[in-house]
Ligand binder design. Structure first.
Ligand SMILES: [Zn+2]
Length: 383
């Protein structure tokens, strides 16, 4: 790399051509001639025609790319020198989900395209960024995510000796308890966002797939994976993928997991139901991608996928259903906070502060009066 090309944040600038390469790396998109020549796409059948619906996902990518900062800024010996380096890692992981992480890393960074081996920490970081983009899982440099330890949801990082297939399998365990099967139909009918809101439960968007439907009883908040359009494209891209002879799927995440994530929003926010308003409010906040129910515009389902069972998210749906049956008591402060909008809550807080200041002033005045009475007693005997 020449000195003139050294930059402090090599992935900070994201052009359309980079986004097209991203979609190709993730979903094997094949483009029309205009796209290949970086011209305005006018071909109705070209997948880039759907790119406008992917803006929230592209924003997610841009944000992640912007913070791909080198360990030793200015050295130029980076693991991720441009977007193509990152896409190369994604393609390699997709191609070889049967190889341990250490072998993948070694294979990638000893290739001729890297005349100088990048720093070891940077190599690990580069693979974690790839996981963040292709799997929607947050990892820190040592593979640990801050929320992993409290979630108790599988191992906390992709270790060097594990394959990507094993990593995902452990990260998203399957649960098929008899109670889950029994409650399945009633959950699908009764567990709506409106019902949950009535017992004081709120919703927050997350881009971390493993936090989907994670419920915190202390705060009464449920997290929802919001990149719905990403899920649709993923499901469309894997619709016709046949099982492999070695039994190891080549999809970055199980198709069933993507389907459950998508369709669990259907349970909480049924069509033609007032729950939809809650989703619309969430969608309008900070550009979240709850593009539902419009998300069925592309035909991403296989024949047998209209009414699915919940093997990955069933336990979390069941926990929400249990909360609906027996709500956890939460503090009065949180109760008030959730039932008032932010403006009213601020007014309440200001009123409380004014009341406290007035009480203090009255107390000081009363003390001063008492002190004066003690210092200058009235001689009643002379009257
Ligand atoms: Zn095109």
């Amino acid at each position: 790399m020449s000195a003139s090309s050294i930059t402090l944040a090599p992935l900070a600038s994201v052009q359309n051509v980079d986004l097209r390469e991203l979609c190709h790396a993730l979903w094997d998109w094949k483009y029309c001639e205009q796209c290949n020549n970086d011209k305005l796409c006018e071909t109705a059948t070209c997948p880039w025609q759907r790119s406008n619906t992917l803006q929230p996902f592209f924003n997610y990518y841009k944000h992640a790319a912007e913070f791909c900062l080198p360990e030793r800024p200015g050295s130029g010996n980076y693991a991720l020198r441009n977007h193509l380096d990152l896409f190369g890692i994604i393609k390699l992981i997709r191609k070889r989900p049967d190889l341990p992480r250490s072998l993948l890393i070694n294979q990638y960074f000893t290739s001729p395209q890297y005349p100088h081996m990048p720093d070891g920490v940077e190599q690990q970081k580069a693979f974690n960024v790839a996981i963040k983009i292709m799997n929607m899982i947050d990892c820190s440099v040592d593979g640990r995510s801050s929320s992993d330890t409290e979630s108790g949801f599988g191992p906390v990082f992709w270790t060097d000796d594990k394959t990507h297939h094993d990593f995902i399998k452990a990260k998203f365990p399957i649960n098929d308890s008899p109670r889950l099967r029994e409650a399945s139909s009633i959950i699908k009918k009764q567990l709506t966002a409106t019902q949950l809101k009535k017992i004081g439960i709120g919703f927050e968007a997350t881009h971390d797939l493993k936090n989907h439907l994670k419920f915190d009883p202390a705060t009464g908040i449920v997290e929802l994976f919001h990149l719905v359009t990403y899920l649709r494209e993923y499901l469309l891209a894997t619709k016709d993928v046949l099982p492999t002879s070695d039994g190891i799927p080549r999809e970055p995440i199980p198709r069933q997991l993507a389907l459950e994530t998508h369709d669990s929003l259907r349970i909480l926010f049924p069509l033609a139901h007032d729950s939809k308003k809650i989703l619309q409010t969430l969608a309008s906040r900070d550009g979240f991608d709850f593009n539902y129910p419009d998300c069925d515009l592309i035909d991403f389902r296989r024949e047998n996928e209209e009414d699915i069972s919940y093997h990955y998210w069933g336990t979390r749906l069941l926990a929400l259903y249990d909360e609906l049956q027996e709500p956890t008591p939460r503090g009065v402060f949180q109760w008030v906070q959730r039932r008032t909008n932010q403006r009213h809550f601020m007014l309440l807080a200001i009123a409380g502060t004014v009341f406290a200041v007035l009480s203090l002033a009255i107390g000081i005045f009363q003390s001063w009066v008492s002190y004066q009475q003690w210092k200058h007693p009235v001689n009643t005997a002379s009257i």
